[in-house]
Every structure is written in structure tokens, then in C-alpha cells.
Design a protein around this ligand. Sequence first.
Ligand code: IPM
Ligand code: MG
Length: 360
Amino acid sequence: MSKQILILPGDGIGPEIMAEAVKVLNLVNDKYELGFELSFDDLGGAAIDRYGVPLADETLARARAADAILLGAVGGPKWDKIDPSIRPERGLLKIRSQLGLFANLRPAILYPQLADASSLKPEVVAGLDILIVRELTGGIYFGSPRESRVLENGERMAYDTLPYSESEIRRIARVGFDMARVRGSKLCSVDKANVLASSQLWRAVVEEVAKDYPDVELSHMYVDNAAMQLVRAPKQFDVMVTDNMFGDILSDEASMLTGSIGMLPSASLDANNKGMYEPCHGSAPDIAGQGIANPLATILSVSMMLRYSFSQSQAAAAIEQAVSKVLDQGLRTGDIHSVGTTKVGTAAMGDAVVEALRSL
Ligand code: IPM
Ligand code: MG
């Protein structure tokens, strides 16, 4: 039976990196006879230009019907002045929440070939393999009320709300524990329980869930300390589980430990492992259209898709091996380039991965 994959290239460098990921996807589709059918649509700024909104109803319907979604990146200066309620990012948040993609997996893995590209000393990051599990459909990103208004004295004020229900915490905690169980059996839950009521509930619920996972070593850390520990001694972490906003921030931080945010894929899953897969980086408008963006995070997102949505671990591993091989060959896009390696553009990097895959 054929499997439907919806491709949403998005904005900025999105279409460029997606073109390379699609080359890789087409090749594994043939090579492993996966029966994927690809269709394309717009999200974010591209959708505003085409449909007048960042996520059109028909696109959402296609996303619901698809077996998996592959996304590039959204946003750019062209849409910065637009009404906040239809900003490109709103499309991304809406598709996450409408599809119930509450579990965001963001691995930060250091490829040994890139130890020099990290801003930290090689010995601090060598062998780094962290998984950040970020809650993606709750918390301050979606809480209401939220408001921006002018007070009677003429001063402007605005506020957001950070709500978490016990069931929202429990289901993401379970994902954290389940992931820890198949990795290094260590879970660090990150919160701000010394200040926030939502974090106090978070910690209490995580403790309750822990009773079902006696084999996983649980620790708790305040988010400010976690941000510091990630650059001091990142290898102390195996799996980290945290809320939407803390996860947004810590995953960007963790990405730089690996040399470049241009290397990091992510998966956003619902309760049945239906997923949307996207690079952790944004649309990078400053380098869009130049053919120099790193396509590896998107290519590795294809690998995550094969693993989590289609249980095709062999094809997934092949993509990872192909990426490792092109790094061995010394090929680097600008973001991971260092002395003694060969600088290549987006398409050349994609072609090299395709070539490496073919010859595996
Ligand atoms: C991310 C991004 C998004 C987020 C933006 C683009 C809305 O930073 O996926 O990490 O904050 O979730
Ligand atoms: Mg982010």
C-alpha cells in the first residue's frame, strides 16, 4: 500500500534544503521499495503569498491525511510587519497543535568528524549524544489569555499565560522515560519549580510517572542551571524532557555543541507516532537563495521519519551512514567548514549524500 508524504518546503532556505532531502527520499524510496508518494504544498510565508494565511485549511486537511510530513523552515523579513495573528510562525504552531504533535524529539549528536566545528573544546563534546524531548503543543506558546493592550495611563502592556495540565505533563514525561529506556537509561527533567506553579506541577507529575520506570535514573534540574550545565559538561545528559519554551531555548543551545544547528533534525510526533519532521534550524533569510545552506539537518530528518513513522530502521541507518561518509570525504558547507576541508554548496552536498547512499 502506498504511503503519502506531504512536503512543505516553506520559506527562506527551506526550498533549497528540501530539494536535496527530496533527492535522498526519492532514492531510498526506490532502493528499499518503500512505496512513498510525495505531494507538495506551502506553509508559512509562502502560504501567506498563495492563500492569504500561513496554513490554509486545505493544506491542513492534506497534512491530516498524510502518513508523514516533511517540513523545511518558515518565516522571513518579508512577512515581519504582517498582522501577528497570521505571521508565518503561526502556521507552524497551528499545524503542530491541530495534528496533536505534542512530542518533539531533538537529538544533539556530535559527528566525530565535526569535533573541531564545535565552539567547545573537543574533549568536552567528543562522543556527545543527547536527546531533548520538548513538549510542543502546550505551555506558554498556546496559553490563554494572552493580550497586548494600552492601559488607562497610556502605557502599553502585554502578557502570556503558561498553563500545563497533568495529562499534558504525563504524556510527555512518558515519552521521555520511554526514550531513556532505549538509550542510556537516564532522564533529566528540566523546569523552574523554584518559581513557577506550572513547573511545580510538572515536577510532581514527572515523579509520579517515574514509579513506572524504576529502571530509568531520574533527575530534576532548574532550567537556568541546565543551560549552564549544557556548556559546562554536556555529556552528563542522556535524555532531557522539558516544556515548550525551555525546550525551544535549550535545543538551540545544545545544537551548537555539535558544531552547527545546520546538522540537527527533529521529529514531532502524535500519540500514534504520526509525525512531522523538520530541521531544528530556521529559514535563515540572510543566506537564502545563495545555494550555500547546509541540507544535512533536513536529510537527517528524512532518516528520523523512516525510523519513527515507518519503522524502516535499515533505510534510516543507511542515510546516517551516507551523511557520515560525505563528512569523512571532507565535504563541508560553510557553517561547518574548517581548515583542511572542502567547502561545498547545498546541491553539491545533497548530491554527495545521494552518491554515498547509492554506493552503500
Ligand atoms: C523551533 C522554532 C519555532 C518555535 C518558531 C519558528 C515558532 O524556533 O521550532 O524551535 O519556537 O517552536
Ligand atoms: Mg527554536
